[in-house]
Design a protein around this ligand. Sequence first.
Ligand SMILES: Nc1ncnc2c1ncn2[C@@H]1O[C@H](COP(=O)(O)OP(=O)(O)OP(=O)(O)O)[C@@H](O)[C@H]1O
Ligand SMILES: [Mg+2]
Length: 504
Amino acid sequence: MVATDGVTGAGRALVVTDLVKSFAGVTVLHSVNLGVRAGSVVGLIGENGAGKSTTSSIIAGIQQPDSGLMTIDGVAYAPASPADALASGVALIHQEIRTVPHLSIAENIFLGRLPRAGLRVDRDAMVEQAREVLRKLGIDIDPRRPVRGLSIAMQQSIEIAKAITRNPRYVIFDEPSASLTNQETDRVLHQISVLREHGAGIIYISHRLEEVRTISDEIVCMRDGNVVATWQSGDVPQRELVRAMVGRDFVFGHEAPAPASPEVVLEVHDLSRKGVFDGIDFTVAKGEILGIAGLVGAGRTEVVRAIAGVDKADGGAVTVEGRKIRLRNPGHALKAGIVMVPEDRKQQGLNLTLDSSRNIVSPWERILRVRGIVTKGWINRIAEDSRTAFDIRGSLDRPVVRLSGGNQQKVLLAKWLVRQPKVLILDEPTRGVDVGAKMSIYAIIRDYAARGVAVILVSSELEEVLGLAHRVLVMSGGRQIAVLPRDEATSETVMSLAVPQTIA
Ligand SMILES: Nc1ncnc2c1ncn2[C@@H]1O[C@H](COP(=O)(O)OP(=O)(O)OP(=O)(O)O)[C@@H](O)[C@H]1O
Ligand SMILES: [Mg+2]
């Protein structure tokens, strides 16, 4: 099936040779060499900051290399812009979603090349074509709807639809699954195999090594701006991939957490929000990690947002250490000791134009300024401590937007964990981070629990919930289905409870 002679410039392939790129004097790509043949999938892996997204954006014409050569099917290729890349048949599905919220689904799909009838946009044709491609992708939604308010998973599918309508010959997927559940990921993987069967060459970037192994015909590993290993098959032991990524062995699997104290810290009683969730009723004890599992759309994020005062609940009560808290805004929750690390680092979590240090101290700055503690030295010390604790790679005094995706996630965590909360809510804390950083984040979560913090963990990675939590609350369709003790919470029991029961 797969030839073992590697990719050469001769066949039908996209080939990248000796790519070099630096930002402000820092070389982030030293010499990248890789190729993808038409009709095959190359899995691209590597630590946060290894240079995967930078390589992708050069191939897709978003950035220009300092030097290096690219060819498509043997012909020189040097795109000056994304439009240029598309004209040569190269499309990129971004790590960060870039849909335009106030435009409709159809408009987003055909952005920049709306079908025209004379001088006017042919809306009917556009909607029809959008409907057609969405159907092919197995998505049942009205393309005239605005994108605003759609789930991240749905927006991801729209990005894929957008790419597919351009009939690309080479497609790069930069962590399409970071915010998707297993089911949704399966759909994306299916869509990729359809593209491959149509003869497209695909570069698939992901931190989920399972997926990479399943879908890839070849795997390429980057580290510190170089390609450090290439395998001519997807069938590589996971350990070997991890070792190539981080340069050492990792032990997977979780040991059972230390037992929590019986002392209840957080009590959520009959919490509801009309049309979104109701009947949410649970407690979290001192030192306990409560996992919340469920499919996307089950209402997990909505519940924790209400507890943190971000969204208003319609009914029910939340108490911290026996004291009822007013849930009008996040300030009330913060004062009561509830801290939430939100799911969406771009929209809710980070100010991308500010530097990392300022982002990290921002929630505490106002409180502490009153006491006169905020000085440049204080900010730098806190930021430096966070860098060590969270293993943040990159410059802390540059805008966060310049950090790699996984490192942005670490800054987001650091920001909320500068001070010790009573209740810590984590919504998808390891989205887009590499295995090494994942392990450190797990250790940090356990450590907070061991110090008596009541932790709520929402994650689409079931393994993460099962590995860390003392108890697992399962949600489905906005309802609390069960709260399982650790030894009863297996992936089978949780999944069977999480799938909506459609039979009356
Ligand atoms: N515009 C920029 N200015 C300065 N540095 C940048 C810029 N874009 C990326 N970098 C740096 O280049 C390096 C590689 O980043 P890149 O985004 O390519 O990593 P990645 O492999 O995609 O990581 P992740 O898995 O976290 O997404 C990082 O150190 C990052 O901080
Ligand atoms: Mg990246």
